[in-house]
Write a protein that binds this ligand. Sequence first.
Ligand SMILES: [Zn+2]
Length: 429
Amino acid sequence: MSDQHTQSLLSEIEQATDDLIELTQALVRIPTLNPPGEYYRDICEFLDQRLKKSGFTTEFIRASGAPGDSDQYPRWNIIARHEGKASGDCVHFNSHTDVVEVGNHWTVDPFGAELIDGRIFGRGTCDMKGGLAASIIAAEAFIRMYPEYGGAIEISGTADEESGGYGGVAYLAERGYFSSDRVQHVIIPEPLNKDRICLGHRGVWWAEIETHGRIAHGSMPFLGDCAVRHMGAVINEMESSLFPALKLKRTAMPVVPEGAKQSTLNINSLHGGQDQPQEDYTGLPSPCVPDSCKMIIDRRFLMEESLPEVKSEITGLLDKVKANRTDFSYEITDLFEVQPTMTKQDAPVSVAVTDAIKEVLGKSPDYVVSPGTYDQKHIDRIGRMKNCIAYGPGILDLAHQPDEYVSVDDMVDSAKVMALSLVQLLSVA
Ligand SMILES: [Zn+2]
């Protein structure tokens, strides 16, 4: 790949370092907190102005009626498209514009985007405004160097990834924005480290389990039936049979970190009896036997498992408890499910980014699969697009943490990788 042209493309990006820093800072200073989903319109307008100057045409799409969308907090998305001079594939960079709550223990202004020793600090620097900025710099440099290229480049800024993506990528995928006649390659610049390619993620099943009891006076619990004790029996059964069984289910997917290479289950919440008193309430609860206990489970599953299997594992466990325990009854309600997804390592977008990483960093990338999901799920399931990976600057572990940062060198390197990937995927003379 190394010719004079690509060398000048790389130095073009190096010369744009100050621009990359300022662009990242400007994006971080728009506090697009989700929830509730603030300043989506503002960040779309900012991107609109920036990308129009570079020859993109833009479209604003509000996810009307999506969860969270309201006149106070409209779910705005932007898709910008640059047409080449000839026909060819379209490469789409998708970044979410929302950031999670700030939390405590910050030592810098979370929306100040201060540059300290080669790092930009702030909420959303790493997850993922640094990646968004890198993709813009990469695309602009590519367009300057190869004005006659064939194909198209799209850059989207989408809402609500942190809350499931229904007001963002899911909404767009449902409306055909990721259909195969429009987009052929998707790169999501999530912070996966600049030398790794993320091929996909594990599956998710959330459900609520409720055990039933009968209310009675707390001084005579034998006259009632305690739903919390029934749930205790469920937890015992999980400890003795389920957790050991999950540990033995190993995947061939390259999931990181190592601990997530197995099936996992998190007991997300557990509540039985009266509601927790308000913080400012100083009285005592009244003495009652709880007649209901609810548990929310978060089960992450592997390519090697099917969702019906995963569900029947839990209903089987509950039926076993029921068989051994008088007056045990339960209800189970599905809350949320996502299929696992993994793009092939030899998919065209993955091959292009691999070669670009070798060229820029002088090493082969690691291929990883994410323990949790991100917007690839919608592109895969709704958009039916299999040629999609996540690749971007930033250290995954810093996401959602206090003093989140992205390093400028990492952004420059990954912008180079993205630009060289464009050279591979689009037709250049
Ligand atoms: Zn993210």
